[in-house]
Ligand binder design. Sequence first.
Ligand SMILES: N[C@@H](CCC(=O)N[C@@H](CS)C(=O)NCC(=O)O)C(=O)O
Length: 231
Amino acid sequence: MTAKLTLVSHLLCPYVQRAAIVLAEKGIVFERITIDLANKPDWFLKISPLGKTPVLLVDGQPIFESAVICEYLEETTPTPLHPHDPVARAQHRGWMEFGSAVLNAIAGLYAAPDDAQLAAKAEDVAAKFRQVEEALPASAEGPFFAGAHFSMVDAVFGPVFRYFDVLDAVEGLDFFATTPRLLAWRAALAGRRSVRGAVRADYPALLRHFLLARQSALSRRMVANAELAAQ
Ligand SMILES: N[C@@H](CCC(=O)N[C@@H](CS)C(=O)NCC(=O)O)C(=O)O
């Protein structure tokens, strides 16, 4: 890859992280520009048709939508993250899409206005995790989604699981009670260099701050937990 690549990012965006992970896995040198989505710069609004991160600038030409960015990187580099077999590849794309559904469910969870809706959204996330559990290889295989080879689906789920490094501490929520394979996969992804390097070291503190600022049922639960812990 000889083009100059710039990933226009936001510090907490899980879709940006996917692209950053794929770039790192492929060993591509790129520049990262972080913007404030609460105060979008004019240059960003000009290049981003939907006003969303990520945008990948390829020699100045913008590509938007994280899955499309990942596919572009796959097409233009010799180190595949997708399986070779077309059916398996299509199935992986299906699970990438499901990864976005899980991210939407997580957004529903942290926005839930009251405890009843928080419980319903937590069950939505847990149910989706049970579906992924069924798709994972038996424990003798792994550690990644399709076995030993890190794939695009891994790049999608690394940022999904990262939320739970903060959410695990919230009392009364348990998303992994019946998903041992998912837990093992989560641990493997948490140890992967590309996944770790996709965010800054202060990501957990930034995420906690973001979640507390939502003024949602989850925010109140986090405040209550912190007050209990301080007693
Ligand atoms: N489907 C898009 C989703 C991207 C997305 O939702 N980005 C969020 C940040 S994580 C965003 O830019 N939100 C700003 C806004 O909607 O104004 C993708 O996969 O790239």
